[in-house]
Design a protein around this ligand. Structure first.
Ligand SMILES: [Cu+2]
Length: 189
């Protein structure tokens, strides 16, 4: 018998046919025998659990591209208007970030402003990493992660199979409107 005590699941291998087993990773699984699997793999077929185990599916590749992002709120200009900057520019003046289709990137997002910014990326879940660039356990895939005041977050993202212009922005919409927004161009470079 199995019970799940904290669940944050992603599909590791999408099924290609109906009724094929689906593997999920990221679960915290407690078995009746008292074993705990953090970052476990759970395999489900139809409505049945057919497998459970420790997962090592997610590793941080050594060759991942490093992307640095700095969020700032410079002093207001002469007209008294403030704007948030991403790497020195508000979104209406910014160039897109670039990613090759299939590329794995590690983003380091530093917040040098006096406001917290829940950082949200469209289209791709990302895996929070610690300051040694190892996954934070228990692993969980996120679409939003708070960047505290004067804090830094790091995450792994795989721009796997959806070319196009993908937006990221602060989830406080006043901040997004004020400049804290940007695009990732995923495709041929
Ligand atoms: Cu914000």
């Amino acid at each position: 018998m199995l019970s799940l005590i904290a669940v944050s699941l992603v599909i590791a291998q999408p099924p290609t046919t109906a009724n094929q087993p689906i593997a999920y990773v990221g679960a915290r699984i407690l078995t009746a025998a008292g074993q705990v699997y953090d970052d476990g793999t759970l395999v489900i077929q139809g409505s049945k659990i057919v497998g459970v185990g420790k997962s090592d599916i997610i590793t941080v590749p050594a060759g991942a591209t490093k992307i640095d992002v700095i969020l700032t709120l410079p002093p207001a200009g002469p007209e008294g208007k403030s704007e948030f900057h991403v790497n020195g520019a508000p979104f209406w003046k910014a160039k897109p970030f670039l990613a090759r289709l299939g590329e794995t990137q590690i983003w380091t997002v530093r917040n040098e402003s006096k406001f917290a910014h829940p950082f949200h990326l469209h289209g791709f879940f990302f895996l929070p990493l610690d300051d040694k660039l190892e996954p934070i356990h228990p692993m969980a895939w996120k679409d939003t992660l708070n960047v505290p005041v004067e804090g830094t977050i790091r995450f792994l993202v795989v721009f796997d199979e959806r070319p196009g212009m993908w937006m990221f922005h602060c989830h406080i919409l006043d901040h997004a409107d004020g400049g804290l927004m940007g695009h990732v161009h995923v495709g041929p470079m």
